[in-house]
Design a protein around this ligand. Structure first.
Ligand SMILES: [Zn+2]
Ligand SMILES: [Zn+2]
Length: 459
């Protein structure tokens, strides 16, 4: 193992510049989910130049064209399949000083994507697969950030995608069929003096597009002829805010609406106001329960103002729960790489953010851990990938060393983790059946001829 460890480290370092060049290129070409065509094209060219055959999500005859791809590295000996993935998408954050067309990699996914290229190059070095069994599936996935809900709902309506998040869409397309376990690294701007961090997991989420529909009229001369959708939206959010004290700490619910703005002049009563929000929580059950309360509050406010209301609820991401045995293996491996004192794994820590990696952890053992080296605030205008050596190179080394441990000796270690893992769903199909309960699009307030007002949230 000592020789192999050295080979892995040397192979990663040999392709350091390729990794750093990709990190800078993708940073300078940020694009948001399902439009990451520039990074996609760049990486496809580089992967193909390394000799990889790709399954491309833009060339799948059964589905719409989206960015992303995967390749299987087959050892030749039967064994489990390990997926290692990196994300492609940026954020809308126009005030970041390095934003391009209003977008920036303020979550650092460019470093993930670049690391996948460095990893692919390292795995082509002689001897890297010696002694391993099974398959390593390298995946570049689009659309982790759950943003631009109207755009993505449009993609669903036109049939390009079926799900808002890239990994969920990849699951739906069958790209995870036959995969036994999954791993990825995210970037972090932790202020602790460590190189790797990891918690137990994080919240799931669902996506909401809330559209109040009123009636425009002259704001000065005839407000009585209009119905103010902006006021109805504000009232709806007030009602939701008043419900916050009924939320229970154990559920770690987060509701963070954003008003999308009035589409009219100041002297017009706004006839439409769109709100986007998530409901996040520690379990799907809690999210369903609290979402119903928020929907009732939003609809009650519409009724108070005589306004119509369309609610478009879509499944988002499932709560992410890392497999503890897999996590221990990653922790031990990171410690061997950089020293135990530079590794901070917390088996109880829970984040209230969300990731579509959570959906994978519903059906297979998975770990998403962090490399440090970014500075500033994640999703903030001061976020910078200051130390690509720690962010990228450390991450590639750690993941390849973990893969080595998992798949050597007839994959004894991988099999032990898979055997003790208890899936939340028996199959990917069962998973989709459950999350489909979160899907609802309808006008929820109706005004009857007899004067009664009806609120209805049934599909
Ligand atoms: Zn993010
Ligand atoms: Zn992210």
């Amino acid at each position: 193992m000592a020789d192999k460890k050295e080979l892995i480290i040397k192979s990663v370092e040999k392709h350091r510049q390729l990794t750093f060049d990709a990190e800078r290129f993708i940073w300078k070409h940020p694009q948001t989910g399902y439009t990451e065509w520039t990074a996609n094209e760049y990486l496809i060219e580089k992967f193909e130049a390394l000799g990889y055959e790709l399954v491309r999500a833009d060339q799948d005859p059964k589905f719409g064209k989206i960015p992303g791809f995967y390749t299987d590295i087959v050892t030749g000996k039967p064994g489990p399949t390990l997926a290692i993935m990196g994300e492609l998408d940026a954020l809308d954050i126009a005030n970041h000083p390095e934003s391009v067309n209003g977008m920036c990699h303020s979550c650092g996914h460019n470093a993930q994507a670049a690391s996948m290229l460095g990893m692919a190059a390292a795995l082509k070095e002689p001897g890297m697969l010696d002694g391993l069994c099974g398959t390593i599936r390298l995946m570049l996935v689009p659309a982790e950030e759950m943003i631009q809900l109207a755009f993505r709902s449009g993609l669903i309506k036109e049939g390009t995608i079926s799900y808002m998040g890239g990994k969920v869409e990849f699951m739906h397309r069958g790209y995870f069929d036959g995969v036994d376990m999954a791993m990825m690294v995210h970037q972090s701007s932790s202020d602790k003096p460590v190189d790797f961090t990891c918690g137990l997991g994080n919240n799931g989420c669902m996506a909401k597009t809330i559209t109040y529909k009123g009636k425009s009229s002259h704001a000065g001369g005839a407000p009585h002829m209009g119905i103010n959708a902006q006021y109805a939206a504000m009232l709806g959010l007030q009602a939701c805010n008043d419900l916050r004290e009924t939320l229970q700490e154990k559920d770690t619910i987060r509701f963070h609406p954003i008003l999308k703005g009035a589409n009219c002049a100041v002297n017009i009563i706004p006839d439409e106001m769109v709100i986007e929000s998530y409901v996040r929580g520690r379990s799907i059950e809690a999210m369903k329960r609290e979402n119903l309360k928020f929907n009732r509050a939003l609809a009650g406010a519409a009724a108070a103002m005589g306004c119509k209301l369309n609610i478009n609820d879509k499944p988002g991401y499932s709560p992410e729960i890392h497999d503890k045995m897999f996590m221990q293996l990653v922790e031990e491996t990171c410690g061997e790489l950089v020293g135990k004192e530079r590794v901070a794994f917390d088996y109880d820590a829970w984040s209230t953010g969300s990731s579509d990696f959570g959906d994978l952890t519903c059906v297979m053992p998975g770990v998403q851990f962090q490399t440090t080296g970014a500075t500033g605030t994640g999703h903030g205008i001061d976020y910078i990938l200051a130390d690509p050596e720690r962010l990228c190179i450390n991450g590639i080394k750690a993941q390849l060393l973990v893969a080595e441990k998992l798949l050597k000796d007839d994959a004894a270690c991988a099999k032990a983790i898979i055997d003790q893992y208890e899936p939340r769903y028996a199959s990917i199909k069962d998973f989709f059946d459950d999350i489909s309960a979160l899907d609802m699009e309808k006008d929820v307030v109706s005004y009857e001829e007899d004067g009664s007002v009806r609120l209805c949230f049934k599909k």
